[in-house]
Ligand binder design. Structure first.
Ligand code: SAM
Length: 210
């Protein structure tokens, strides 16, 4: 990254909620188990995700399942100007749209989060400070879900955080053996209502430290 981006860059090329919902619904019909959502996350969810991204210490952040980019833009609005955001998305149409976000902090990777280990090797990211995930853990194969959580736990630096916004609680069940119990918040102002799970990787190796 050679120059600091403007925080307004995150707002460029943004289409409205209706266009985003249309794009999401079209992909939902084609790939229901992958997209698993009838509407983009509400502004109430976006605000909660963005709040965690305003930490000035953040250097490398991963977003899994950015979709139509509402979550990506709200993370970029808050992330430090020197941070990097690696967004991993499986649906090609979403990827093309995400690549129109003009922000040098953003890397859009077309592929599955289940290959996270090799994706991080490709970008030479040895560790990360924050992982934000909207991918539906409920539809992942069990072995893939276990491996993904294991990789996330491994690459998070001590004190780093995993945040999952999910309708179902599968992520929590997969993550608890590695991270311990989450801090959980119910957000009713979303279609459908969802939970935001948050874990902090202990600095000391003690899973109870949140
Ligand atoms: C519930 S939507 C969230 C979209 C957007 N972040 C939002 O909150 O409005 C889940 C997103 O995860 C993506 N996804 C599902 N499985 C994935 C996987 N294994 N790897 C990468 N992306 C995946 C879907 O294509 C979809 O964009």
């Amino acid at each position: 990254m050679s120059f600091p981006p403007s925080k307004d860059a995150a707002d460029q090329n943004q289409d409205g909620p209706l266009a985003q919902t249309g794009r999401l619904l079209k992909s939902l019909i084609q790939q229901p188990a992958v997209v698993a959502s009838i509407a983009p996350s509400s502004r109430f969810v976006l605000q909660k995700l963005a709040a965690i991204a305003s930490d000035p210490q953040l250097r490398r952040v991963i977003e899994l399942g950015p979709g139509t980019g509402g979550t990506t833009r709200s993370l970029l609005r808050e992330l430090p100007l020197t941070a990097g955001l690696l967004a991993v998305e499986m649906v090609e149409e979403f990827v093309q749209h995400l690549r129109r976000i003009d922000d040098p902090r953003l890397i859009v990777h077309h592929g599955s989060a289940t290959h996270l280990r090799s994706i991080l090797e490709q970008y030479q990211w040895p560790d990360v400070d924050l992982v934000v995930s909207g991918i539906p853990f409920s539809t992942l194969a069990e072995a893939d879900a276990h491996e993904l959580i294991q990789v996330i736990h491994h690459v998070l630096r001590p004190g780093g955080q995993l945040l999952g916004y999910q309708v179902r609680d599968h992520i929590s069940r997969y993550a608890q053996p590695y991270f311990g119990p989450p801090v959980t918040e119910l957000e009713l102002r979303n279609l459908p209502p969802l939970r935001i799970y948050r874990w902090k990787k202990p600095k000391t190796g003690n899973a109870d430290e949140q």
